[in-house]
Ligand binder design. Structure first.
Ligand SMILES: [Zn+2]
Length: 370
């Protein structure tokens, strides 16, 4: 195992923040796994603890047939953002920006560099494109903030990987994956192993999240250079490892083992692993997800358990104003699975309270909220 430390720029004088990456194994293929980019989403970090331990064992047994890079704490800025005993790990205190948005889009810089460079040899094109990505990132103007520096070092670390797993969680959630529709066939066995209950697919969810920053340039380059042979060389997914409180030891050990089984499917680990289950949930368009909001302030009671299958018209939650007695019931507008619930129980303007995954697109434009 190699330990690689990247010092972030712009730390306050007398302080220093470091992004730490652990590299295991060797070989032509590479997987990159990071956890807790939203620093208060800790199931990923707990799973990464198990992955680090197990990868060390597997490396010692000579069973790693590829490179696996692990960043168990992808957000050294957010991990320390405590405000009066509450952890705020989603938005940077300094800028108010979401840590998982605004990763530098590489496509334009790549197109300029790759004009006339790509041919009919897919493997050669992959190598050329990865060199161009590294060069494009290296030539960006100097980072203008610590957050800017963090985003770059994460993308630099991941962009040459064949496989990228970004481990997150929702407030209260079933196990679920976000991915590009084009990457779904390669991720199906991961979803099956993890027992995912929902998979949400979008080609452009908006906001330049980390997984898309890794995977989307390959799609766009195919469009710019239709005559060249360009494989989708980076399969990336955001894994929502259930809800924020789901850091139980047995559950996280099981998730780590399931991820290792998937890495074995991908040729990165040798030996005998359990077969991926043949059953898997159906993937649905992210645009088909209902985000259910309250109509007024008040205390919230959920009327469905997490993971419930609901039909259009079924009640999701009720909101009661304790002073005026105003009472409302918010219902499912579609058929689907109730895959996530807000953890706050007082309705806030503009904040979703429940999400239902349906099969028919009902939303347009930017799909990700902040
Ligand atoms: Zn997250």
């Amino acid at each position: 195992m190699q330990q690689i430390d990247h010092v972030l720029p712009w730390s306050a004088c007398g302080t220093q923040r470091t992004l730490r990456l652990f590299r295991f194994g060797s070989g032509p293929r590479k997987a990159y796994i990071q956890a807790s980019l939203h620093a208060d989403e800790l199931p990923g970090m707990r799973v990464a603890v198990e992955l680090k331990r197990r990868l060390g064992e597997l490396e010692a047994q000579g069973r790693l047939s590829g490179v696996i890079e692990l960043v168990p704490l992808a957000n050294p800025i957010g991990i320390g953002q405590m405000f009066q005993a509450t952890h705020q790990g989603r938005f940077e205190f300094n800028s108010g920006k979401n840590f998982n948005r605004d990763f530098p889009p590489l496509t334009e810089a790549l197109v300029a560099r790759l004009e006339g460079q790509l041919g009919s040899d897919g493997a050669a094109n992959v190598a050329t494109i990865r060199r161009a990505m590294a060069a494009a990132l290296a030539e960006l103007p100097a980072a203008r903030s610590e957050l800017d520096g963090l985003r770059r070092v994460l993308l630099q670390s991941a962009c040459d990987a064949d496989l990228v797993l970004d481990l997150h969680c929702d407030f209260e959630s079933v196990m679920l994956l976000y991915a590009l529709p084009q990457n779904w066939p390669s991720l199906r066995s991961l979803a099956a192993r993890l027992g995912a209950e929902a998979v949400l697919l979008a080609e452009d969810a908006g906001g330049d999240a980390f997984d898309e920053a890794c995977a989307v340039p390959w799609l766009r380059l195919r469009e710019y250079f239709p005559e060249a042979e360009i494989p989708l060389a980076c399969v990336a997914t955001t894994v929502e490892l259930r809800g924020m409180a789901d850091t139980g030891r047995e559950q996280c050990q099981a998730s780590a083992e399931q991820i290792l089984g998937y890495l074995a499917d991908q040729g990165l680990i040798s030996g005998d692993w359990p077969e991926a289950p043949s059953q898997c949930c159906v993937a649905t368009p992210f645009a088909g997800a209902q985000y259910a909001y309250a109509e007024h302030p008040g205390v919230v009671s959920y009327l469905q358990p997490l993971g419930a299958w609901v039909s259009a018209g079924d009640p999701l939650f009720e909101v009661i104003d304790p002073l005026s007695d105003r009472h409302s019931v918010v219902r499912a507008s579609i058929d689907g699975i109730l895959y996530a619930r807000e953890r706050l129980r007082f309705a806030q303007p503009g904040l979703w309270l429940a999400k239902v995954a349906g099969t028919t697109p009902i939303r347009h434009g930017r799909l990700l909220t902040d």
